[in-house]
Design a protein around this ligand. Structure first.
Ligand SMILES: Nc1nc2c(ncn2[C@@H]2O[C@H](COP(=O)(O)OP(=O)(O)OP(=O)(O)O)[C@@H](O)[C@H]2O)c(=O)[nH]1
Ligand SMILES: [Zn+2]
Length: 203
């Protein structure tokens, strides 16, 4: 077990200390700017609470995927490994409101049989989701991390999300889903890709 297993996604993940007092000051400013009284009963602790929440939302910025995927096992399996329906929340970098949904991650282990723990795939989603993000980059970063650190024959990542910036504001289309995918190596071959997609979509 590596250190990262013990390490929750906290404000100090990766050794970076999020400046919570600075966030709290900014939140107080926002409350004043919308015409609220930040000193009224219900709001007094809000700047501090938001600062703590932000530190959690963005803890992935300071985590290293190499460390996360550093623990591997030699398991004889040269066919698809797929973890699907990994739920996650991220933050849209355009509006700083959530987008959320599920990620599906598959890979075909490489010739030297590097296989990672299944939980590490879910942790990898968290690592990249807990940053100011766009869905396309999130999808690509996950697949690139798999390729770089597991050296697999191929990898596929499919992400399905609802963006609250499209639901609760702006165009206001609650329920609209965005689907992105990124495919590398042998999983680009039509038959292999089709097998992975049918496993992902066959709920
Ligand atoms: N491609 C992509 N776009 C995103 C993502 N999250 C939010 N957006 C879009 O980012 C765009 C920002 O557009 P702008 O015109 O700069 O901002 P805006 O005036 O707030 O746009 P509206 O949402 O249309 O009101 C919007 O179209 C959002 O839907 C994402 O993950 N990927
Ligand atoms: Zn947005």
């Amino acid at each position: 077990m590596t250190d990262i297993d013990e390490q929750p996604l906290t404000a100090t993940a990766g050794g970076f200390e999020v400046d919570q007092p600075r966030i709290a000051r900014a939140v107080r400013e926002i409350l004043e700017a919308i015409g609220e009284d930040p000193d009224r009963d219900g709001l007094q602790e809000t700047p501090k609470r938001v600062a703590k929440a932000y530190a959690e939302f963005f803890a992935g910025l300071h985590q290293d995927p190499a460390e996360l995927l550093g623990t591997t096992f030699d398991i004889e399996h040269d066919e698809l490994v797929l973890v699907k329906d990994i739920p996650f929340y991220s933050t849209c970098e355009h509006h700083l409101v959530p987008f959320h949904g599920t990620a599906h991650i598959g890979y075909i282990p490489g010739r030297d049989g590097k296989v990672t723990g299944l939980s590490k795939l879910a942790r990898l989603v968290e690592l990249y989701a807990r940053r100011p993000q766009v869905q396309e980059r999130l999808t690509t970063q996950i697949v690139e991390a798999l390729m770089a650190h597991l050296d697999p024959r191929g990898a596929i990542v499919v992400v399905e999300c609802e963006h609250l910036c499209m639901s609760m504001r702006g165009v206001r289309k609650p329920g609209a889903k965005t689907v992105t995918s990124a495919v590398r190596g042998q999983l680009r071959q039509p038959a292999t890709r089709a097998e992975a997609m049918s496993l992902i979509l066959g709920k």
